[in-house]
Design a protein around this ligand. Structure first.
Ligand code: SF4
Length: 232
């Protein structure tokens, strides 16, 4: 179990999953590139982040709910957590009691994202981490949640299956170990670099060229040494 002082942000998981170097540049070296997409993301989150609580039919909608898991060492704020009445749905999922309300309630986290669904699981692990926090805080099973993407403006449901849970827990452990090590991984150019918000800071192609130049200089120095040996 982690202490309160050791908790790390849930939001870091998506960057670590996307690219360990991106995470290190942002969280260890404080590099952040604001662009049109990230600005849109902030605006979208500001709309979702206003603390509030409202009813939509039988569903209680809470915004900006603070989350934490001492088991995984994570903390964060959920954009939206819906609480669905368990009885009216007749679901098998055990619900949780809520202060001032009767019955049991099933938490359902909803994360707002600008842009389109991404390749890979970087968004999914972040949402699953929120679910794991809710499970620990409320002693309840959170079976699924959803994303609301800006493009297209619609919901995508995510099931928190065993594979996703295991991946999220492994990533949380890696987040703590890399935070402790404080080492920034080398750049490795790949297709995802094209959508990386800190591409200009990282310069993955230039770093690759530097490596080649380094190897070239190494080869030259070896040749010189060999020539020297032949001369003597
Ligand atoms: S540009 Fe590529 S290697 Fe560099 S941080 Fe972004 S994704 Fe990672």
């Amino acid at each position: 179990m982690f202490s309160e002082d050791e908790l790390l942000p849930v939001s870091a998981l998506q960057h670590l999953e996307f690219c360990p170097r991106q995470w290190a540049l942002m969280y260890l070296e404080n590099v952040w590139e604001e662009n049109e997409l990230t600005m849109r993301g902030h605006i979208m989150h500001e709309t979702a982040d206003r603390p509030s609580r409202e009813w939509q039919g039988e569903v209680l909608i809470t915004r900006s709910l603070r989350l934490r898991s001492l088991r995984l060492g994570l903390t964060g704020v959920a954009d939206v957590v819906e609480f669905h009445p368990v009885d009216s749905e007749g679901g098998s999922c055990k619900g949780t009691a809520l202060p001032g309300l009767g019955g049991l309630w099933r938490p359902y986290p909803v994360e707002y994202k600008h842009g389109r669904p991404k390749l890979g699981l970087c968004d999914e692990v972040q949402l699953c981490a929120q679910a794991l926090c809710l499970e620990e805080m409320l002693s309840v099973t959170v079976a699924d949640g959803a994303f609301f993407y800006g493009k297209p403006r619609r919901r995508y449901q995510v099931a928190f299956d065993e594979i996703l849970r295991e991946k999220t827990e492994t990533l949380a452990a890696k987040l703590h170990s890399m935070t402790k090590d404080r080492a920034t991984p080398n750049a490795k150019y790949s297709r995802k670099c094209r959508s990386c918000s800190i591409y200009d800071w990282c310069q993955p192609k230039s770093v690759g060229r530097k490596k080649s130049a380094f190897r070239y200089l190494e080869r030259i120095s070896l040749c010189e040494e060999n020539n020297g040996e032949q001369e003597t």
